[in-house]
Write a protein that binds this ligand. Structure first.
Ligand code: SAM
Length: 278
């Protein structure tokens, strides 16, 4: 999948992503806190948020850096960035600016950021190594990057099982190693190695366990259908009966996460961090 296809996929998913972003924000909060702390998002900092989506973490970063700091939110999809602008304006945050473009081709001044953050983005990029090189260039010496990616299919059954179902019904195969995919950077050490190759020092990974909580499995199904660009793209070109059968089976699969307290699914992410050497 190239950058043009990825952009189209996420332009289409942007309205749904924006609708579900508060759920994603609550789900990811422990990982987001860790990412901010490892990247050094603190009062007065200049922060670059890569693959910002609808910007829930952008706005938290903007509040953390305060009026003396600044956040540049960047995403490949114009519609995502539009949501960030509207949300920042509605929140009265004047310290957020936006940038549309692939992370691999970041058009920002070199040495101009104290921190780079990227939540749930890198594994979806056509060329994550190039994005890390661009982020390294954007940081001042001593500046830090922290990023969040999903770990493995076993540790993320809510993400993995629907993916298998959609791939089987559509007759497609999982992405080949090295291609964009939900779990493409989730093996222990994989993303850390990419950071080291891009020139980062003091590279380390922290695993964070999470739970996605929703009222019912039907909500999880709607969330995947509306917001998850990659999942939507797998099945969108299949005939309607195939799509219907695939989504019905995804719904049954998700029902296994229902309990008397609602839908509760375990998940696991890695927060990886590194420093641009001084
Ligand atoms: C799963 S969403 C995560 C959004 C946000 N970071 C969050 O955690 O809520 C992935 C985002 O990556 C963006 N994206 C995908 N490929 C990209 C690329 N090559 N460069 C920049 N953004 C990209 C998509 O448009 C989408 O907004």
């Amino acid at each position: 999948m190239n950058s043009t296809e990825i952009r189209r996929q996420w332009e289409n998913a942007a309205p749904g992503w924006a609708r579900w972003e508060s759920t994603v924000a609550a789900w990811m909060q422990p990982a987001t806190d860790t990412m901010f702390s490892l990247a050094g998002v603190s009062p007065g900092a200049r922060v670059l948020d890569i693959a910002c989506g609808a910007g829930s973490q952008t706005l938290v970063a903007a509040r953390s850096v305060g009026a003396d700091g600044h956040v540049v939110a960047s995403d490949i999809a114009h519609s995502m960035v539009q949501h960030v602008r509207e949300n920042a304006r509605a929140a009265g945050l004047a310290n957020v600016t936006t940038l549309v473009g692939a992370a691999e081709d970041l058009a920002v001044d070199p040495n101009s950021f104290d921190a780079v953050i990227c939540r749930l983005g890198l594994m979806l990029f056509a060329a994550p190594a190039n994005a890390l090189t661009a982020a390294h260039r954007a940081l001042r010496p001593g500046g830090r990057l922290a990023a969040v990616v999903f770990t493995t299919p076993d540790a993320n059954p809510f993400m993995a099982r629907p993916l298998q179902v959609l791939l089987r019904h559509s007759g497609k195969t999982p992405p080949a190693p090295g291609r964009p995919g939900i779990f493409s950077l989730g093996a222990p050490g994989r993303l850390a190695a990419l950071l080291t190759e891009a020139g980062f020092a003091d590279v380390h990974e922290r695993t964070v366990s999470l739970h996605l909580r929703l009222p019912a499995a039907a909500d999880a199904l709607t969330m995947i259908q509306q917001a998850f660009g990659l999942y939507r793209a797998i099945i969108e070109d299949s005939p309607e009966p195939v799509r219907d059968a695939a989504w019905a089976e995804v719904g049954s699969t998700l029902a296994s996460f229902e309990s008397p307290s609602g839908f509760v699914a375990p998940a696991e992410v890695i927060v990886v961090a590194g420093t641009r050497p001084a």
